[in-house]
Structure formats: structure tokens, C-alpha cells
Write a protein that binds this ligand. Structure first.
Ligand code: AQP
Length: 335
């Protein structure tokens, strides 16, 4: 029986964080043998906010190398740059024409990100972001989309749009499911544990980056916001969010249950908890960074995997796009 398909991606819009790793990348690695996997570096999404061209180029390569360094095997999964497969942009336009504006205005990410800008300078790309994401997923007929909790609403949007297309033009798209991890689906900012850890937040003590040195990881974690309760337990209370976040990172890295972790830290202080998290994070990042440095120094390696990935991805995407064009009534290009 053919394997079901998975698609997911990360924007090359900054330094990848431990949130991107625990919410997305780690799941991808775990699922790479179960599914037929497509993982892209979503550079077309990154430009929905202004990007410096040189930085975008460098980050796109960095993210590709981090995918492999985190454990994805480019022989078993398809790793590619979104803009290398033009079907993403084309299907996005076709779906844009079927998308009610009201659906787009409702999206939390659009509301949050546009609120940070002057109203008249909010780009139309930011509004259309979910339609491009739907195109990414639907082109590969993905059954599952491993993402963090913040992408839940965009996944619902994708499902609605796929259903709308199918009911207008006949069964065409697989309706995808979100695949959200049990632990680590929403890692919060170390400096502000009520806000999601985000790579676009630039304050020094907000996020742990995958390429941070062990000393920097330690400095950031030892300064993480906690509370004055002095009690180490999981909690959904807002004023205990800092400790809960540290416990969540610890849990996502160790795989232990709430009870095991609370028993382990019983009677101990926040300093001990922080040190234990530092150790877990650095143990996980060290081999990843070693592999990353090796790959970046291997001439031609990244180009090879990205060329191979684009070729494989394009073959699948073009097939879907062809069907969509036919169903919507476009005249085939005469040969
Ligand atoms: N804090 C997080 N906890 C768990 N999962 C997270 N993800 C992101 N942050 C967390 C998951 O990582 C994947 C890729 O995310 P993305 O590139 O779409 O965006 P981002 O990192 O969430 O972006 P930012 O930081 O808001 O900034 P920009 O937009 O500037 O890049 C997704 O699966 C996401 O759920």
C-alpha cells in the first residue's frame, strides 16, 4: 500500500528557534519513515514581511542545512526550496480567486502581524498567506501536516478551501489533517512566557536559537522569567507560565510524564530546574550543530540536495496543478 503523504515547512525569516524544533522539525524527523515526506523552506512565505535579499538567501541555505542536521535524510524525504517549484505560486493564485475575503480577515496571525504595522503599509501578501499555505499542502495531496499549535487555524482554513474546491469542481484534493505534538506544540518566549517564542522577536533573551553556543543557551535560560511561588509543577495559570514553559521544554526533550518530572524536581528550586533544562537543550543541540557545521563546509552538498528535492517535488506538484487547471477550465497549452 502506498504511504500517506506529509508536507510542512519553515520560513527562512530569521534564526530557527527551539520552538521551531520542538513544534515542527522534531516531529518531521520522527515521521520520515512512516510517511512519504515533503519538507520545504518556505521563502515565498518569508517575503510576506520585508526581507533583506542577502539575508533571505543566506537564511534559506541555513534552514535547509538545519533540516538535515536535525535528522532528516534527504534520500528518504524530499527537501526543497518553495520558490524552486513555481506551481506553489500558481496554485496560490488560483485558490486566491476562490477565497472569500472574510476568511482571510479572520486569521489570528494576520490580525497580530498587521497590528504591528501601519495600516496602509500592511502588504496584501500577509493577508493571502493562508492561501499560499493551502496551495503548498494541497499540491502534494498531503494527508498530514506536522506543525505547532499556532498553525491550527491555517490548517482549518486549508481544509475549508480544499472542500470548497472539491464541491465546486469535483473531488480533487485530499483533505489534510493537522499533526500537532503532545509536548512542545507551543513553546513560549523566555522573557515573556505569555507570548509564543518567535524567530521574528528580536530581544536578546526571548528565544533559544538552534545555533546558539552552549554558553549563550545557559545565559538565556538562567535569565528566563519565572515567578515567586517557588514550586515546580505544570500549570495553566498565566502567572506560572514561565515555570510551565521550562517544564514543557524539559518534557519535550526527555519524553517523561508530568508526574515523573514533578517527582524529579520535588523540593528543589528554580535554579535546579533551569540547570537541568540547559543540560537537556545543549545535549540536543550539540550534535545538531556539529552536523550543521560539517554540511556547510562540504562544497556542493546543499546544492545537490536542493536540486534533487526540487525535481522530485515538481513532478508531484505539476501533476496536481495540471488536474486543477483542467477542472477550472483553462485551455491546455498546444504542443
Ligand atoms: N514557539 C513555538 N512553539 C512550537 N512550535 C512553533 N513553531 C513556530 N514557533 C513555535 C512551528 O514552527 C513551524 C514553522 O514556523 P514558521 O516559520 O511559520 O514561523 P514562526 O517561527 O512561527 O515565525 P515567527 O517566529 O512568528 O516569525 P516569522 O513569521 O517572522 O518567521 C510551524 O509549524 C510552527 O507551528
Amino acid at each position: 500500500m502506498a504511504k500517506q503523504r506529509v508536507l510542512s515547512g519553515i520560513q527562512p525569516s530569521g534564526n530557527l528557534t527551539i520552538g521551531n524544533y520542538l513544534g515542527a522539525l522534531r516531529q518531521w524527523v520522527a515521521e520520515q519513515d512512516t510517511y512519504e515526506c515533503y519538507f520545504c523552506i518556505v521563502d515565498l512565505h518569508a517575503i510576506t514581511l520585508p526581507q533583506d535579499p542577502a539575508a533571505l538567501r543566506a537564511k534559506t541555505r541555513e534552514v535547509a542545512a538545519l533540516y538535515v542536521a536535525a535528522g532528516l535524510d534527504p534520500e528518504r524525504v524530499t527537501i526543497f526550496v518553495q520558490s524552486h517549484v513555481s506551481a506553489h505560486a500558481e496554485l496560490s493564485w488560483l485558490l486566491t480567486c476562490l477565497t472569500p475575503l472574510g476568511w482571510l480577515y479572520r486569521m489570528t496571525q494576520f490580525k497580530d502581524k498587521s497590528a504591528k504595522q501601519q495600516q496602509e503599509s500592511v502588504g496584501a501578501g500577509l493577508l493571502n498567506y493562508p492561501t499560499l499555505m493551502a496551495a503548498d499542502i494541497l499540491l502534494y495531496q498531503a494527508h498530514a501536516v506536522p506543525v505547532g499549535d499556532d498553525q491550527r487555524q491555517h490548517l482549518e482554513f486549508t481544509r475549508d478551501l480544499a472542500q470548497r474546491f472539491n464541491s465546486m469542481f469535483g473531488e480533487t484534493f485530499v483533505i489534510p489533517q493537522a499533526m500537532i505534538p503532545k509536548a512542545g506544540a507551543r513553546i513560549m518566549g523566555l522573557d515573556n512566557p505569555t507570548a509564543k517564542m518567535s524567530k521574528s522577536e528580536t530581544s536578546d533573551y526571548h528565544a533559544i536559537y538552534l545555533l546558539d553556543t552552549p554558553a549563550v543557551v545557559k545565559k538565556k535560560l538562567m535569565r528566563a522569567v519565572t515567578d515567586s511561588y517557588g514550586e515546580i509543577r505544570f500549570s495553566s495559570d498565566e502567572d506560572r507560565a514561565g515555570v510551565n514553559n521550562l517544564l514543557t521544554i524539559y518534557q519535550a526533550l526527555t519524553g517523561q510524564t508530568n508526574d515523573e518530572i514533578e517527582a524529579h524536581f520535588a523540593g528543589r528550586g528554580y535554579g535546579d530546574l533551569k540547570k537541568a533544562v540547559v543540560e537537556q537543550v545543549n545535549d540536543r543541540l550539540q550534535p545538531l550543530q556539529d552536523t550543521y557545521n560539517r554540511l556547510m563546509n562540504e562544497a556542493g552538498y546543499l546544492d545537490r540536495i536542493l536540486a534533487q528535492g526540487a525535481e522530485r517535488a515538481e513532478a508531484v506538484a505539476e501533476k496536481t496543478l495540471q488536474t486543477v487547471r483542467e477542472r477550472m477550465g483553462f485551455v491546455a497549452r498546444p504542443v
